[in-house]
Design a protein around this ligand. Sequence first.
Ligand SMILES: [Zn+2]
Length: 336
Amino acid sequence: MEQVRNLLIRNVLPIMSPDTMKEESADSFLATFGGYMKQIAAVAKHDSGFALYESNVAPIHEKYGDFFSTVAKITEAAGIKLYAVIYTFVDNYYGVDPSYKTYNANGVANEYYVCPARESFWAYLKSVTEEVIRFPIAGIILLGNTFVRQEFCFCESCKKEFSAAAGIDTSFTWDGLRDNDQLFSKWLDWRAEKMYNALSGIYSVAKKKEGLDFLIGVDIDPEVGYEKGAFRQLGQDVEALSGISGHLLVSINPWSPILPSPGSPEYNIEIEKMRFIDNITARRRKVSFKYWTLINENDFDTVKSIATRFKATKIVSDLDFPEKYRIWREAHLSIA
Ligand SMILES: [Zn+2]
């Protein structure tokens, strides 16, 4: 675990999560590395859907139900800044709940995600946030802010709402959507607006805590189609989302996990495709970058180089690829 120490010395903000810490407890991790830390992030609402603290609104994780609260206690005592990670629409608990399931146009649900357009789920996420800001935290990181693919969500509620908004029959089909440019563009706008409203709502709760840093995660991936793909496939209007709290967290190559070396032709393409970030920082909004793991020196060099180029505020990293990584990747690249 020498590498973790290196990350901390390099001022990376690592995310502690039970599934990337390989059975190591929060206590022992912090006892080992606390001395090197000025800041750390820890998962409060896990992608499994379970709370890792004593929640009154979310289901509590059976084994790690005090993970986040333990981290909060230790970091507060040690004077270490803590960021809480909340997974929004990546939620395996409500992903199987008939009220929140998300479907593609063939009626196939993906149980690892929930429908991002349900206002009752937004209210639930706000309640979770209300609980999380009571902990001694310096910031919140929202991850999993995503539709599965462009053909999501075809749940009954989305079909009903979109057809009313677009003035079409509820029995509209995917082919009917895609073959009509005007309608298809309405579909993409409608989804992105839902995402924007959902995340704005969560921020409206979080900002009650004064001085809280609030990072909104988006996914910029070559195979998904970079910024345009994030909008089209994942429902993320990156520039609009950057305006919610003024701090965007860009995941680099989350679904195409090969990072090009600085200076290579692939690297230059990557930089070219990220130039939209200049427009965001020019408006005095902050941008930070995230990658799954920066244990590998070459990956760190690439992310560091991109971060420097775009005047990033922070570099965030998981400690390892999360347990569900393959499942998420297959879903977003539609290769399942
Ligand atoms: Zn839906």
